[in-house]
Design a binder for this molecule. Structure first.
Ligand SMILES: Cc1ncc(COP(=O)(O)O)c(C=O)c1O
Length: 350
């Protein structure tokens, strides 16, 4: 689209660019977008098949009520504490609609999820990025900042860093507005901050079914928080933001704990294996509590050149070329077979 059609506030705008999504079935080793290496629960597939009938002519529940109820039950919450969205990304966007207007400051650490800044600009809010301290930890000025909206990703992407609960609690206590804790990757970490919801009424936790439930293709996320925060999200949401098949998939996925646990256990075990094998090939790694590893190759080779060489071998990973993470790679935890292919390719290239 010609730039001239864009509103003035977006002149020079650089949109968020998702990782490459090659056509299915072409033999790519896809380790660039943190999808699950294992398939979704067979019960989810069955539920979607059963729901793909003539009822699709009808709109879905505007509040995705069955999914809210199932998710609330799973976490021991009230359905009024649960919002459901078209992926975690939609819930992030809804937070801007609900909590930050034009001219409002939105605080977040950097490096973190690169979607935040473009969404800020779309809403004409003012991004307030705070560089992280040593070990990618959140800085005190960020934690103490009273911005009307603050985003914290825990474990963080792309660094994989797990931040402690005291810091999260302090960030909620010091903020004058809403603190969004994006726990997209928390199922792969030793601990979540879910119980803080009982103490921090301005804390909203966002989760996704794209990672530990293997449902990236269905686009399901949910937010957990005080009924007032959830009601605010409901006020600004699109009428039917979650479709019928996504609602049944969400219900079936949240109820199949065994399958979920199997995915998480696989990822956690393979993450350790991959980190140790990569360090044998000379990679430095930053401890990751997510479904990816965050690593730096041995030579100060150009990250882009290494990523290109892997891509020529049909292996996709995410690389970074801007400070403070220039030269680092985020590699999704895959299957053992995918890891062997990656390691063989790296030995060849390096
Ligand atoms: C930090 C973070 N938050 C949220 C999301 C959104 O996930 P989805 O929109 O697939 O639910 C992602 C996706 O990769 C992510 O990395």
């Amino acid at each position: 689209m010609s730039k001239s059609f864009l509103k003035k506030a977006l002149s020079g705008f650089r949109p968020y660019v998702p990782g490459e999504q090659p056509p299915d079935g072409e033999g790519w080793v896809k380790l660039n977008t943190n999808e699950s290496p294992l398939p979704p629960s067979p019960k989810v597939i069955e539920a979607i098949r059963a729901a793909a009938d003539e009822s699709l002519r009808l709109y879905p529940s505007p509040t995705a009520a069955p999914a809210r109820q199932a998710i609330a039950r799973h976490f021991g919450l009230d359905p009024a504490q649960v919002a459901v969205g078209n992926g975690g990304d939609e819930l992030i966007e809804m937070c801007f609609r609900a909590f930050a207007g034009a001219g409002d400051r939105v605080a977040f650490p950097t490096p973190t999820y690169p979607l935040l800044e473009p969404v800020c600009l779309m809403h004409e809010a003012i991004p307030a990025p705070f560089p992280t301290d040593e070990g990618w930890s959140w800085s005190s000025p960020l934690v103490d900042d009273p911005a009307p909206l603050k985003f914290l990703v825990n474990p963080n992407s792309p660094t994989g860093t797990l931040h402690n609960r005291l810091t999260v609690e302090r960030a909620a206590a010091r903020s004058r507005g809403v603190v969004v804790l994006d726990e997209a990757y928390v199922d792969f970490a030793p601990q979540s901050q879910l119980d803080l919801l009982a103490r921090c009424r301005n804390l909203l936790i966002i989760r996704t079914m794209s990672k530990s439930y293997a449902l990236a293709g269905m686009r399901i996320g949910f937010a957990l928080g005080d009924p007032e925060l959830v009601a605010a999200l409901d006020t600004v949401k699109d009428s039917y933001n979650v479709d019928r098949l996504a609602i049944v998939a969400a219900c079936a996925a949240i109820e199949d704990d065994r399958h979920h646990r199997m995915i998480v256990d696989h990822v956690v075990a393979e993450r350790a294996w991959l980190e140790s094998r990569l360090s044998e090939v000379g990679f430095e790694h930053s401890p990751s509590a997510a479904n990816f590893v965050f690593v730096k190759p041995p030579q100060p080779a150009s990250a882009a050149a290494l990523a290109d060489a892997l891509r020529e071998r049909r292996i996709l990973v995410r690389h970074y070329d801007r400070e403070p993470i220039a030269g680092w790679f985020r590699i999704t935890v895959g299957t053992r077979d995918q890891h062997e292919k990656l390691l063989n390719a790296l030995r060849e290239i390096l």
